[in-house]
Each structure stands twice: as structure tokens, then as C-alpha cells.
Design a protein around this ligand. Structure first.
Ligand SMILES: Cc1cc2nc3c(=O)[nH]c(=O)nc-3n(C[C@H](O)[C@H](O)[C@H](O)COP(=O)(O)O)c2cc1C
Length: 177
């Protein structure tokens, strides 16, 4: 299967990068083809709802790094979203990419699996409820099956997450696709 991973964190070696790497390791071992898009290192303009992508000649007005991502997004069998929790939700870098799905909305419905992996400083699941709720709503709308989620609590730093079993959960999730 073709597996697309979209990360949001600006930290190359942060907590969620650790989850992404372990997930990729598992998915590669299971024989899947991986494409990784690190949104924080890319140029992705926020959607301005101009609706040009839903007009007569449907095309996005922004010629940025979504042009690199879009073919992978359309072809992917699995889409894994990976983000730190910022103020009780996924971060802006990842959200900007998701909002730009709008330009391909018609062809994205159905036939995909989705994964969400997040990490955060708080030691309560409550801080991830916003991210989990929007992931659930979005996958329902897009008719994607949820393959799994990993929620890393009490993970302020990479050192903290490495002492938990969240990296193992991410690895097993990648392997189980
Ligand atoms: C702007 C900002 C907002 C944050 N908001 C929250 C929050 O609402 N809840 C929480 O538990 N941690 C919060 N954190 C902590 C991060 O989620 C946590 O450090 C995470 O592990 C960072 O992931 P990364 O290393 O992959 O970037 C916030 C961090 C930043 C920079």
C-alpha cells in the first residue's frame, strides 16, 4: 500500500518525529511504500476560501508545496497525520495542509485508511480531545476508515517519549496496516 505521512512539528527530532519514525519503520517492514511530507519545512499557504478550486476550471490559486503533495494525497491508501498538541488541537502547520485538501475534496472521498498520532506535555487525555474529535469528524466526512491512533501524554520532550511505549505503539500501528 501507499502510505502518506504528514507531520506538523517544526522539531526535526521532537516527540512526534519519534512517533513518525517508528510508524514508518513498522510500515516499511510490512512492505509498504512511504512518502513523508513535513509541513513545517514546506511552503503551504492557508486556504483563503476563494472557491476557485470549485469553479469552472477547478484549480488552487496557490502554487506552493501542495503541488508536490497532491499526487501522493490522491494516490495514498493510508494517510497518517502526526502533530504536537498546541492549545488542545493539532498545530497550524498540519491544519494548513488539511484545509488545502479542499482543492481535491471530490476525489479524496472513500477508499483510504487514516491514522492520527499526537504527543503533548499534559498528563491527561483531555488535551487531545479536540484533535481526536476533528479527526473523527473529518474521517467520517471523507469516508476514510480509522486504522488507529496514538496519543502520547506526558511527553513534553523527546527524552520523555522515549521512556514510554508510545514509540512501540506507533511501530506496531505502522506494521499492522
Ligand atoms: C505553542 C504550543 C502550544 C502547546 N500547547 C499544548 C497543550 O495545549 N497541551 C499540552 O499538553 N501540551 C502543549 N504543548 C506542548 C507540546 O505539545 C509538546 O511539547 C510536544 O511534545 C511537542 O511535540 P514535538 O516535539 O514533536 O514538536 C504546546 C507547545 C507549544 C509550543
Amino acid at each position: 500500500m501507499k502510505v502518506l505521512i504528514i507531520t506538523g512539528s517544526p522539531h526535526k527530532n521532537g516527540t512526534t518525529a519519534c512517533l513518525a519514525e517508528q510508524f514508518i519503520k513498522g510500515a516499511e517492514e510490512a512492505g509498504h511504500e512511504i512518502f513523508r511530507f513535513d509541513a513545517a519545512n514546506k511552503e503551504v499557504h492557508p486556504c483563503i476560501a476563494c472557491e476557485k478550486c470549485h469553479g469552472g476550471t477547478p484549480v488552487c490559486v496557490f502554487k506552493d508545496d501542495m503541488q508536490e503533495l497532491n499526487p501522493h494525497l490522491i494516490e495514498a491508501d493510508v494517510i497518517a497525520l502526526v502533530s504536537p498538541i498546541y492549545y488542545y488541537d493539532i498545530n497550524a502547520q498540519l491544519k494548513a495542509v488539511i484545509d488545502r485538501f479542499y482543492a481535491n475534496d471530490a476525489v479524496l472521498h472513500g477508499n483510504k485508511k487514516a491514522v492520527l498520532m499526537v504527543a503533548m506535555a499534559d498528563d491527561s487525555m483531555e488535551s487531545a480531545e479536540g484533535a481526536l474529535a476533528s479527526f473523527k469528524g473529518m474521517t467520517k466526512y471523507l469516508e476514510w476508515d480509522i486504522a488507529g491512533t496514538v496519543v502520547g501524554v506526558n511527553c513534553m520532550t523527546p527524552e520523555m517519549i522515549k521512556n514510554t511505549d508510545y514509540p512501540e505503539q506507533a511501530y506496531q500501528l505502522g506494521k499492522s496496516l
